[in-house]
Design a protein around this ligand. Structure first.
Ligand code: MN
Length: 154
């Protein structure tokens, strides 16, 4: 807005009188309780901090996931794919028939829909990442078998 327009608005009392109702929502840090990664779908100590769950306007959901050393997800796929953004530590990701690869803070990892994979900490270092995904028919993940110690250490 140009300076003279702001001045005109001030002089006519238009500012500060008729604020629109908030449509943007702020979910304060700490407003959603942390949860444990369920035993059925994870190996080792995993904490999930929910950040956003689709409120009906979007199929998007976001969590911040923290793996202690040695901890990892089970094998799984995402019907609409998944974006991971590493926030701290050092971890591993692996897709089916692929090699285990290291992930570091700031790395962004895209897993296309239907690609079987796992993600987690390295054997000696923890890792945290955002997990960002859309749902299809209310589903954002299809869980499979656990990652065996042999697969994990390979
Ligand atoms: Mn995944």
């Amino acid at each position: 807005m140009k300076r003279h327009v702001i001045a005109a608005a001030l002089s006519t009392g238009l500012t500060g009188t008729a604020l629109a109702e908030d449509r943007m929502q702020i979910f304060p840090n700490g407003s959603r309780p942390s949860g444990k990664g369920p035993e059925a779908n994870f190996t080792g100590a995993v904490r999930v901090d929910p950040r956003f769950a689709a409120p009906g306007e979007t199929a998007l959901s976001v969590g911040h996931v923290t793996f202690e050393p040695g901890a990892r997800s089970a094998w799984h796929t995402h019907p609409a794919g998944q974006l991971l953004i590493v926030t701290s530590g050092t971890g591993w990701v692996q897709e089916e028939n692929g090699r285990k690869r290291q992930i570091n803070p700031g790395d962004t990892i895209w897993t296309p829909p239907g690609v079987k994979h796992w993600h987690g900490a390295t054997a000696t270092t923890g890792v945290s990442h955002y997990a960002i995904q859309n749902s299809i028919d209310g589903k954002n993940v299809d869980w499979m078998e656990k990652v065996s110690d042999g697969e994990y250490q390979n």
